[in-house]
Ligand binder design. Structure first.
Ligand SMILES: [Zn+2]
Length: 365
């Protein structure tokens, strides 16, 4: 992979400066509490509050209750001299709580601002086992950093840049950080993948099952650096091959809104170039509907059908028997494949080159 040093990404701050990212770590419709040593609470206009005892916050239609008392603000900045805990997770020093209305109901949105490199350590720790080879963790660190920077500039107008769930990247807070993840972040500090001087959409997934999916087939938008890549390195993945039995009742229930009658048949109609199910026909006694492979997975369950790489669907006496390969959406870096490459001695830049061909490693700071 070629190197380009120091491009100021999409009008970013001075290239030396480390970036901050803002992670949505929780949404609350009822009371919740935040604890930590030396708590200080500031409202959006800078007024200091002095709550006594543990900090209990709750949303009302009009605003935020602090310790049961209404406060005239829709934003609180909570700082600690150490770590903050919220719902069993640990965060460094600062959380922001904002009041908002979501689908007509008041809620408190909790956002954790943190330096990008700290975030990368957290993501690598959450996404990959800490005993995996370092080069795989370094590839994951670059992918996670790149994804974060891409999301940040897409969502500059929102109160946060990232969810802390599989919707974006899984972030569990400070307590999960591993030493090897820290090393992986340090050894790739500031490095992101770019294409045409912009951060790439660095998707990744657990295991591709032999070949990654193109962005065009997977997401419906073609990206030059995500054409789908050979992998053949993820066969140690627990779900390299999988099977699932779905009863006729469960299938009927899953397809309730789609078909509205008992499901008697599920047939693959078309496949993508990599063999993933593109369209599938779901039929009953009276009618049939064609849905996407992604919808089939979503409706039956992501942890039942581990991927859309479904090699066969058989009708059984009880329902349907699925046999498939890989886990996850299949686009971008295959994590188990990265592990396989690293175990074979492949350095992280070559691993990334396999999954994001044409992307360039770029040092942001
Ligand atoms: Zn793979």
């Amino acid at each position: 992979m070629g190197w380009v040093l120091l491009v100021a990404l999409v009008g970013a701050a001075p290239a030396e400066a480390e970036q901050m990212v803002r992670i949505a770590v929780g949404r609350f419709r009822s009371a919740m509490s935040i604890a930590g040593p030396g708590l200080s609470v500031e409202t959006g206009d800078g007024t200091r509050l002095h709550p006594h005892g543990p900090l209990v916050l709750a949303p009302t239609k009009r605003g935020i209750l602090v310790g049961g008392k209404p406060v005239d603000t829709d934003l609180l900045r909570i700082r600690s001299t150490g770590d903050l805990t919220l719902r069993g997770h640990t965060y460094r020093r600062e959380l922001e709580v904002s009041h908002r209305s979501f689908r007509g109901r008041a809620e408190l949105l909790v956002v954790h601002p943190l330096p990008l490199e700290t975030y990368v350590v957290g993501i690598v720790s959450s996404e990959l086992p800490h005993k995996w080879p370092l080069e795989a963790l370094k590839a994951q660190a670059v992918a996670a950093r790149t994804y974060a920077v891409w999301q940040k500039y897409r969502r500059l107008e929102l109160p946060y840049h990232m969810e802390s769930t599989v919707l974006d990247q899984v972030y569990h807070g400070k307590q999960r950080e591993s030493d090897l993840a820290r090393t992986a972040a340090e050894q790739t500090r500031g490095i992101v993948m770019t294409h045409a001087r912009r951060p790439v959409q660095a998707y990744f997934h657990a295991a591709c099952g032999g070949r990654t999916e193109s962005a065009r087939a997977g997401w419906g938008n073609a990206l030059p650096y995500l054409p789908g890549s050979p992998c053949r390195k993820c066969n140690a993945a627990p779900r390299y091959k999988w099977s699932a039995d779905v009863s006729a009742d469960d299938m009927t229930k899953a397809m309730g809104h789609v078909l509205g009658e008992r499901v008697t048949d599920v047939v693959v109609v078309t496949r993508t170039k990599t063999g993933r199910v593109a369209k599938v026909k779901v039929a009953g006694p009276g009618k049939s509907r064609t849905i996407t492979g992604g919808d089939l997975r979503r409706l039956v369950g992501y942890t039942k059908l581990w991927s859309t790489q479904i090699d066969s669907i058989q009708k059984t006496r009880a329902g349907f028997h699925f046999v498939g390969r890989g886990a996850g959406h299949g686009v971008g870096m295959c994590q188990w494949g990265a592990r396989g490459f690293a175990e074979a001695g492949t350095p992280y830049d070559k691993i990334l080159e396999n999954y994001y061909p044409g992307a360039v490693l770029t040092r942001m700071y």
